[in-house]
Design a protein around this ligand. Structure first.
Ligand SMILES: C[S@@+](CC[C@H](N)C(=O)[O-])C[C@H]1O[C@@H](n2cnc3c(N)ncnc32)[C@H](O)[C@@H]1O
Length: 219
């Protein structure tokens, strides 16, 4: 799978990709991630990617032409073009699962007040929001989506980071976790986890998951 990210701040994306599970997945050729500087698709001397909004309202808008050129240059047949947008479809694990099956995702990082509507109408397949709040740009949403999608690609997580135990993997939430030492500031690890009795431990984990789900701690 290939993820192509179009941004005016390539360094933000490139630096993040140097670390962790996504970096390992790139090194193991489980995913290819390319970062494209939108300014490379401008044709004026100042490499301008934004301009004033028609209609007199304040703030700058991302120009359509450089974005269209970028998508035309990058896309292969059946590419899925995604625009980060607070008014888009809400991102979640089901959407991540759906997106991981595409051969090529092109993610466009919006900036300023947003993007010229003509680019959206011509090129964008899906607008995605990562939550009901406003960020200054689409770089963080893009990284969040990328990491979440890459984690779902077969072979990316090893048994230690077991995918099936993660929250949301089967409609459940991960149980409570403890590590050494056994006592921290007088607070002990639940006795059952030290018992070595796997059936009891699994029963305990199930009951904790159920409780977390009922209390919707993760929601
Ligand atoms: C300052 S925001 C623009 C917000 C826009 N004026 C609005 O009110 O919907 C700039 C860009 O950041 C990205 N962005 C901001 N918040 C986001 C969110 N919650 N989810 C996805 N993208 C977001 C989008 O690409 C957006 O175009």
């Amino acid at each position: 799978m290939k993820i192509e990210i179009v941004t005016i701040f390539p360094e933000i994306i490139e630096n993040y990709l140097k670390f962790g599970i996504v970096n390992k997945a790139i090194k193991n050729s489980l995913v290819e991630i390319k970062v494209h500087n939108l300014r490379d698709y401008t044709n004026d001397i100042h490499k301008r990617v934004d301009d004033y909004a028609y209609g007199g309202s304040p703030g700058m808008v991302m120009k359509a032409e450089p974005l269209i050129k970028a998508v035309e240059d990058i896309s292969i047949p059946f590419a899925k073009v995604i625009l980060t947008s607070p008014k888009g479809k809400m991102f979640n694990i089901d959407l991540a699962n759906e997106l991981k099956d595409h051969d090529q995702l092109i993610m466009i990082c919006g900036r300023y007040r947003g993007v010229d509507q003509r680019f959206i109408d011509k090129c964008v397949d899906l607008e995605i929001s990562i939550g009901n709040f406003i960020l200054s740009g689409g770089e963080l949403p893009t990284l969040i989506m990328t990491e979440s999608i890459v984690r779902l690609i077969p072979g990316v997580l090893n048994s230690k980071d077991n995918l099936n135990r993660d929250s949301f993997s089967d409609g459940c939430y991960e149980e409570e976790l403890y590590t050494r030492p056994q006592v921290v500031r007088g607070i002990k690890v639940p006795e059952v986890l030290l018992s070595g009795n796997h059936s009891k431990i699994s029963q305990w984990e199930k009951s904790r998951r159920k409780k977390i789900k009922e209390e919707k701690i993760c929601k």
